[in-house]
Design a protein around this ligand. Structure first.
Ligand SMILES: Cc1cc2nc3c(=O)[nH]c(=O)nc-3n(C[C@H](O)[C@H](O)[C@H](O)COP(=O)(O)O)c2cc1C
Ligand SMILES: [Mn+2]
Length: 474
């Protein structure tokens, strides 16, 4: 089932019992964020939250925690709500192989219903803004897709980028944006600024659930997020042309904000509670002038709570970070079995692999650090044998405890790049990185005493079945 817009997905969540409507009047602060924060703390099957009775707003419709549980993430991919995490990651990887699926052009985008331009633009009138964490420096759009083109190659569809980058609303028609230097929009902005130009952008809010997943997905620079959305949806992504900038934007978005990142200009942005479980401070960031806003009548405002993990963002970027790393590593090393990059957007990663020869696992760890995502993340890599499921943390901890000889199996590389937000980096943006080789040494690496592993008994499989049917018959 492919959803063409957020509304269609919200009604599907409703049908599945995965949307909770809060009908009592609530305060914009701190209730909206606290409720979304609480949704991440009540266990595994948390619903999306819907608010339409918020003090001080006449017409607000707010959706939060839309991707904030494994059932919701499964439903976003059109899978049954009960699909296990492992099966969701595997299905995600299988659909990746359909890439690229060309998009479909549609007219009459619903966001054409209302338009404001120039001096009439007032984001505060259109969006029911509220703060998330109590130390945040302002109002944020933290679940938008930002579209931009490569100014050096503007007609290249694949180099047109769709990414989620936090946006602080700093005025009626002004935003600040945080482009991490490793991310694609930072390359676009750098190219524009080298020519003394502004960078046109379209910011789409309230997107269909797969569009949100691909916007936070670390693919290759010239790979189109729209063509990946088509692969993941199993149907072409419906696109329309943004009227002012001509950028390709999702047909079904609730709101489309167009303008430019002003070249060579920086202003203080932040602080903001981040996915690392820490605030970023206030820092000088690029700024956006908004020239036109198009929006559906009665737009749904979608926001995401993040802070101390796990929160919605961890579900949202879990599979979409594992699978690109798996595919990028496997392209050169078919021995790789599975990748778990679900911790803090892949600052720590667990890889299971067959070994080609002694030393192979350490080489693989270094390669993970040089994938597109690895340049800004992948600060710790644990490599385990092919028979360890990297999503099964007790198994991983067994490998760590039984297979690692720290002096020889822990490799530390100093002064590598990482996102500035990584709290342990020093200075910000620079970190050492570590590989823990928790695989069994293979020749010519002959260290340790691993020649006589204890294995499950051959009859155990049969007994699992017997025990299960006996338990079932009770
Ligand atoms: C909710 C959310 C907020 C994010 N905020 C930022 C941000 O402020 N800056 C940034 O560079 N990346 C941010 N990201 C991460 C990027 O979207 C993600 O790493 C993506 O893969 C980058 O894609 P790109 O390589 O196309 O730029 C955020 C992701 C999510 C899901
Ligand atoms: Mn990209």
């Amino acid at each position: 089932m492919a959803y063409d817009d957020l509304r269609g997905f919200l009604s599907a969540l409703d049908d599945e019992g995965q949307l909770l409507r809060i009908t009592d009047e609530v305060r914009p602060e701190p209730d909206l964020a606290a409720a979304a924060n609480a949704a991440c703390r009540i266990g595994d099957g948390a619903p999306a939250l819907w608010f339409d009775n918020v003090t001080g707003f006449t017409d607000a419709r707010i959706a939060m925690n839309v991707h904030g549980s494994w059932p919701n993430h499964a439903l976003a991919l059109g899978l049954p709500a009960g699909t296990s995490v492992k099966d969701q990651v595997e299905e995600f990887a299988r659909r990746w192989d359909m890439f690229p699926v060309p998009p479909e052009r549609r007219e009459d985008a619903p966001w054409r219903e209302n338009t404001v331009e120039g001096a009439d633009v007032d984001l505060f009138r259109i969006l029911p803004l509220f703060r998330l964490n109590d130390g945040d420096g302002g109002f944020y759009l933290d679940k938008a897709a930002v579209v931009s083109r490569d100014p050096r190659d503007p007609r290249h569809f694949g180099k047109q980028n769709v990414g989620t980058y936090r946006l602080q609303v700093t005025g009626r028609d002004r935003l600040a944006i945080q482009p991490v230097p490793m991310h694609d929009i930072a390359l676009h902005l750098r190219a524009a600024e080298e020519h003394g130009e502004d960078l046109p952008v379209a910011i789409t809010l309230g997107n269909d659930p797969v569009m949100t997943i691909v916007a936070g997905m670390p693919m290759g620079y010239d790979q189109s997020e729209y063509e990946m959305a088509g692969a993941l949806r199993g149907a072409p992504a419906p696109l329309a042309t943004a009227p002012l900038t001509g950028l390709d934007v999702p047909w079904g978005s609730e709101v489309v904000i167009e303008g430019v990142i002003e070249g060579r200009r920086r202003e203080i942005e932040g602080p903001f509670g981040e996915f690392t479980g820490h605030y970023s401070g206030g820092r000088r960031m690029p700024v956006i002038r908004v020239d036109r806003v198009s929006y559906r009548t009665d737009p749904v405002f979608e926001s995401l709570y993040l802070g101390m993990p796990w929160t919605e963002v961890d579900y949202l970027v879990g599979p979409n970070t594992c699978v690109p790393l798996l595919k990028q590593l496997r392209a050169e090393f078919p021995e790789v079995q599975a990748v778990n990059a679900m911790y803090t957007h892949g600052l720590a990663v667990i890889i299971s692999t067959k070994k080609r020869y002694g030393g192979f696992a350490k080489a693989l760890g270094m390669r993970a650090m040089t994938t597109p995502h690895g340049l800004g993340y992948v600060a710790q890599v644990i490599v385990v044998d092919e028979d360890i499921d990297p999503f099964d943390l007790p198994q991983v901890m067994w490998a760590m405890s039984a297979k690692v000889n720290p002096q020889e199996d822990v490799v530390i590389i100093p002064n590598l790049s990482v996102v500035e937000l990584a709290p342990a980096a020093s200075p910000a943006g620079i970190t050492s990185k570590m590989i823990i080789d928790a695989t069994t040494p293979v020749p010519p690496d002959v260290r340790g005493n691993f020649s006589t592993p204890a294995r499950d008994l051959p009859e155990t499989k049969e007994w699992i079945g017997r025990l299960q049917s006996l338990l079932g018959a009770r």
